[in-house]
Ligand binder design. Structure first.
Ligand code: SAM
Length: 243
């Protein structure tokens, strides 16, 4: 039983269009470049593969890619675009694919979809289980935006525009968060959607990686290799299995 929200058919159908900014070449190409370099000659496994935003261009570079994904509708959208990417429908904390892999990766903050520490620890262990000796686990994750919360305030906006207002609420005792989205449509109607997550600091990720037998090899702020500093709002981290 997973704690993750299940992405439904309507969300899956709208995913590529509503995430268009994440498909932009300047966002996607540096990610695919680094993942292709880290995969080397070996196959890659994407946890929470979604509709194949990253997996499809990586496969087009000649890297054999497989996936694990909780939402069947997301997998259906992926296979509509490219049918030859093997995916098991299941929880990334526990599901298996035949391996081993030289690279396992989990991008766009998707670790946070696992909303308990036990499941996140299990996810790191599952990644490690799929890796060959010397193989690498890569995650892309945002840094919890706690500094944006003035004392006593429970919600902070992350986007205020004409068609969309989004704000986060955090519970700092449990590391749980919710992103709330209000969207105003062309006909004047407003819809509300929310997604839930468990936020986690890089140091906790490092500990989970160590529990799974991996060591930190590299941490940068983004796919372009920007140095990671105390002001970074995200990190791309690479842990490695012993050779
Ligand atoms: C933000 S999307 C990222 C999809 C894709 N990796 C990308 O970069 O476009 C998060 C994905 O995580 C999936 N997901 C959520 N919880 C999961 C779980 N426990 N196991 C596997 N996939 C999960 C969702 O169904 C969704 O496809």
């Amino acid at each position: 039983m997973t704690s993750s929200d299940i992405w439904d058919a309507e969300t899956a159908q709208r995913y590529d269009e509503s995430s268009a900014f994440m498909f932009a070449p300047e966002v996607l190409e540096p990610a695919v470049d680094l993942l292709a370099e880290l995969a080397g000659d070996g196959p890659a496994l994407e946890l929470a593969i979604g509709t194949g935003r990253v997996a499809i261009p990586l496969a087009e570079r000649g890297v054999p890619v497989s996936g694990i994904e909780l939402s069947q509708p997301m997998v259906d959208q992926l296979h509509r675009k490219r049918a030859d990417i093997p995916v098991v429908v299941g929880d990334m904390a526990t599901s298996s694919m035949p391996g081993p892999y030289s690279l396992v990766y989990l991008v766009w903050n998707s670790l946070g979809n696992l909303r308990t520490q036990d499941e996140q620890v299990a996810c790191f262990r599952n990644a490690a289980r799929h890796l060959a000796p010397g193989g690498r686990f890569v995650i892309e994750l945002w840094i919890p935006g706690i500094r944006r919360f003035p004392p006593g305030q429970a919600a902070v906006p992350f986007h205020v525009g004409q068609h969309h207002v989004g704000f986060d609420t955090y519970d700092m005792t449990t590391q749980q968060g919710t992103s709330h989205h209000y969207r105003r449509h062309d006909d004047g109607t407003v819809t509300y959607g929310a997604s839930n997550f468990r936020y986690v600091w890089p140091a906790e990720c490092d500990l989970m990686a160590r529990l799974a037998g991996m060591e930190l090899e590299r941490r940068v702020a983004d796919w372009n290799g920007t140095p990671f500093t105390h002001d970074s709002e995200s990190h791309v981290s690479v842990w490695r299995m012993p050779v």
